[in-house]
Design a protein around this ligand. Sequence first.
Ligand SMILES: O=P(O)(O)OC[C@H]1O[C@](O)(COP(=O)(O)O)[C@@H](O)[C@@H]1O
Ligand SMILES: [Mg+2]
Ligand SMILES: [Mg+2]
Length: 320
Amino acid sequence: MTSPANVISPDLIPDALYPTINALCATSIDVAAIIARAGLGQSLAAQVGENSDGDGQKALDVLADDMFEAALRGGDVRWYASEEQEDALLTSEGGKYALAIDPLDGSSNIDVNVSIGTIFSIFDTKEGAEESFLRPASEQICGGYILYGPATCLVVTFGNGTQQYVLDPSKGEFVLVEKAMEVPETSKEFAINASNYRHWTKPVRTYIDDCLAGKDGPRGMDFNMRWVGSLVAETHRILTRGGIFLYPGDARPGYENGRLRMVYECAPIAFIIEQAKGHATDGETPILERQAATLHGRVPLVFGSAQKVQRVADHHDLSE
Ligand SMILES: O=P(O)(O)OC[C@H]1O[C@](O)(COP(=O)(O)O)[C@@H](O)[C@@H]1O
Ligand SMILES: [Mg+2]
Ligand SMILES: [Mg+2]
């Protein structure tokens, strides 16, 4: 790894992790620059293949993966596991960390100029790849995402609160703007892909039915719905404004455990949210108590304001 110049203030970042976080940030500045020019030429949304799970891969999925892998190679990351690659890669024999990454989250939004992102999770490495990643999510030492939105920002936790940095494009530097984000408790927004209503389980349906009933229902108030289709953007909204996000398991073949991956998406988002005093579960059990059975395994995800997430768990209890 060639060490890039420092692009993020080191104050709140553990010394040992700084080179890795700095490399991720430096690469994200390049990714953001490519995204900013997306409308001007080559289509970053062109379908270029399929990943091991059968998901379509867009040009930007593959490009971002290549860029992060190249940036980390030879550094402190021993195992690099990407949503876009079947197996974890040995990127540095002597590396002390295992890093999982969703290089480009929200692929369906690439061609419509809507926010997309990168999600990552870091563990202290073990000897082998599987044992490094297939372990309780509570063993993460870092979880983070970079959001490529109107502003590019990094939200990250090292287990001591959730910090937010915003990229100052004129300086090419991420500036600390919040030391301890907190998910607001008061919000009337919920996020779910309601087109799947007929496939949901009873607890999920009744939770959403209660929201839809608004003032006339058991909740006694009106709600608002949001669905961006980029997990990073939904997470950022909830960290900023509160609310709840659900991607439950449903009856569609292949969606028994929802759509989102434990290692690349659910575990780091759960770590970030819990460190911001919110809550993240699979509907009942905290995500941080779960572990992936396979590298690309999926898990239902419910996260947001703690009381709202608890209410979903209560609905699951009632159905038993
Ligand atoms: O299209 P759906 O089923 O609503 O799924 C949306 C979800 O899929 C994702 O796009 C999956 O992530 P990828 O783009 O990394 O595959 C999430 O960002 C988002 O929450
Ligand atoms: Mg994703
Ligand atoms: Mg992705």
